[in-house]
Design a protein around this ligand. Structure first.
Ligand code: PBG
Length: 326
């Protein structure tokens, strides 16, 4: 046989040989687990569109955190779900010092001081209209919203949040929050910016979980058009200039090209947000017995690492941590 060709299969011939040449890995430290905290007592509501994900009240937090820590996870991101009667036009619940995220943060940092608490900083869960900012004549106003975001971030830092994660896509939100934090003395609290956040249909199940569906219109005037790639670079660049410490790309799976672009262009840690719809689709298929859930989830998460993500916010964090231990 005098054919000339390369024998790629040499490096695939056994499990140990494949392990020797593996290029990308998932670590428990890469995984950030989202928690939905609701008012009330003894609440543990499974989100119908997200099997395995629960809204929990403060009294369930200890057990939840025990489990998270035992699995070897090191960070959580907190979303507050206030009572609808506590919502108002300007989302005051977001920046109360007794707001739900502030209380949950204080509790976790008191009981589990080593866990990294990331506070999602947005208004949509706290406004009665469900938009991420102040409304006037059906428009979401940019600049007046910035003050409220800065106030929210400062109150979260005051409560002990380790990282502030603004997700609302107003222009200048990183600059406003950085200034607010610095003036309040929180110069060491980093900002994990949702720098590149698309107006995505994959957020549907989250809006059930967080009760944050807009009551009119959509978020297309502030979140990005899924068709755009270069615009992602402009968004990431301005956030870097304004002082972002981490860059989030969201969603993850349909946007692996964007994760790679951001990785190549910027040196900040890149975070992929593996969003609710991406979770629900796998769960639905798995519950029907159509796919091997464990294999699919590990392949997806590893693909995000391969695309260039350093960290992944994912509802699969607990499952993946369990599988990584086995
Ligand atoms: C709040 C926010 C959203 C998500 C995270 N923070 C929803 C939205 O923009 O409507 C979505 C997360 C997910 O789908 O898992 N602005």
């Amino acid at each position: 046989m005098d054919l000339q060709f390369t024998r790629h299969r040499r490096l695939r011939q056994s499990a140990n040989m494949r392990a020797l040449v593996r290029e990308n890995f998932l670590r428990k430290e890469d995984l950030i687990y989202p928690l939905f905290i609701v008012e009330g007592e003894q609440v543990k509501n499974e989100v119908p569109s997200m099997p395995g994900v629960f809204q929990i009240s403060m009294d369930q937090l200890h057990a939840e955190m025990d489990e998270i820590v035992a699995l070897g996870l090191t960070s959580v991101i907190l979303f507050g779900v206030p009572n609808s009667s506590d919502k108002d036009a300007t989302g005051t619940g977001a920046y109360h010092n007794h707001g739900i995220v502030q209380r949950a943060t204080r509790y976790i940092k008191g009981q589990f001081p080593n866990v990294i608490v990331i506070a999602d900083t947005c208004l949509c869960e706290y406004t009665d209209h469900g938009h991420c900012g102040v409304i006037e004549g059906g428009n979401v106003l940019n600049d007046p919203t910035l003050d409220l975001l800065a106030k929210t971030a400062v109150s979260q830092a005051e409560a002990g949040a380790d990282i502030i994660a603004p997700s609302n896509m107003m222009d200048g939100f990183v600059a406003a929050i950085r200034k607010g934090l610095d003036e309040a003395g929180y110069t060491e609290v980093p900002i994990m910016s949702y720098a590149v956040k698309y107006s995505s249909s994959f957020y549907g199940p989250f809006r059930d979980a967080a009760d944050s569906t807009p009551q009119f219109g959509d978020r297309k005037t502030y979140q990005m058009d899924p068709a755009n790639r270069r615009e992602a670079m402009r968004e990431a660049q301005s956030d870097m200039e304004e002082g972002a410490d981490f860059l989030i790309v969201k969603p993850a799976l349909s946007y692996l090209d964007i994760i790679r672009d951001v990785r190549n262009e910027f040196n900040a840690p890149v975070v992929a947000y593996n969003v609710s719809g991406e979770y629900s689709m796998v769960k639905a298929a798995a519950l029907n017995g159509w796919v091997d859930e464990r294999a699919i989830v590990m392949e997806k998460l590893t693909s995000m690492k391969r695309a260039g993500a350093d960290l992944i916010i994912t509802y699969f964090a607990k499952d993946a941590a369990r599988w990584l231990s086995e």
